[in-house]
Design a protein around this ligand. Structure first.
Ligand code: 6GU
Length: 245
């Protein structure tokens, strides 16, 4: 998989040299390239934005600059092989389901806007030319630009690439996995810490009892924190010992 990140602050992406993503890059498991949008400007001031047509606050990123950048990065590739991911608080929520879909794509270009966003015709143009355009949001709050969301997307997607996560089982039992539940609480040694004890059942060696405890725990936690996820559960995700929440 190749991922191109375009921003006026490409230094934001230095963190992608670290940890598992950095290791995957060094092992050529993923090809991540960062770019400065200003390299596609044509004036001495390297202008990337202008005032909004119709009035209003802030600045809007110019479609001509983005168009040159994206045309260059797409190059001779067939548009259908390209995913253009655009972080925006107006996008659709980035869910594990969308992440799993994106992890199957050959090439992802992430176009990071600043200010009030990118001229709407950029998404429209590339969608109209067969590029798979995904406008996504991290959640219902506003960031100053798309860079942090781009880093989140890269980390979420790359950890699903085969060979990335050390233990593939850690991909099975996790929050937002197939069970449709948040993950159960986890503990390690010491068994007693500041007068707080690890639940005794986890020390029992009874694997069936541990599994049951963890499932009940996951359901209770999900009901308390994410009632919306409980409402989405379908019967195939329930087992015969699950009680109605
Ligand atoms: Cl993807 N971008 C920006 N600028 N703000 C956000 C966001 C994205 N997701 C939540 N807030």
């Amino acid at each position: 998989m190749r991922i191109d990140l375009v921003s006026v602050f490409p230094e934001f992406f230095d963190v992608l040299d670290l940890s598992l993503v950095g290791k995957a890059r060094r092992r050529d498991v993923v090809d991540i390239r960062t770019h400065n949008l200003r390299d596609w400007t044509s004036d001495v001031h390297r202008t990337v934005d202008d005032t909004p047509i119709g009035g209003g606050a802030g600045m809007v990123m110019k479609p001509d600059v983005w168009g040159r950048a994206l045309d260059d990065l797409i190059g001779p590739s067939a548009p259908e092989t390209i995913t253009l991911a655009i972080p925006t608080p107006s996008g659709r929520p980035l869910t594990q389901r969308l992440v799993e879909d994106l992890a199957t794509r050959e090439r992802i270009i992430i176009a990071c806007g600043r200010y009030e966003g990118i001229d709407a015709r950029v998404a429209e143009h590339y969608r109209g030319h067969g590029v798979r355009v995904e406008e996504f949001s991290l959640g219902d709050y506003v960031l100053n630009g798309g860079e942090v969301a781009a880093v989140a997307l890269v980390e979420a997607v790359t950890r699903l690439i085969p060979g990335m996560v050390g233990n593939p089982e850690s991909l099975v039992e996790e929050s937002h996995g197939a069970a449709g539940l948040l993950e159960y609480r986890v503990y390690t040694r010491p068994v007693s810490w500041r007068e707080l004890e690890v639940p005794a059942v986890l020390l029992s060696g009874n694997h069936g009892a541990v599994a049951r405890y963890r499932r009940d725990e996951a359901i209770a936690r999900t009901a308390a924190r994410r009632p919306d996820m409980i409402a989405e559960l379908n019967t195939s995700q329930l087992d015969k010992h699950d009680r109605p929440a």
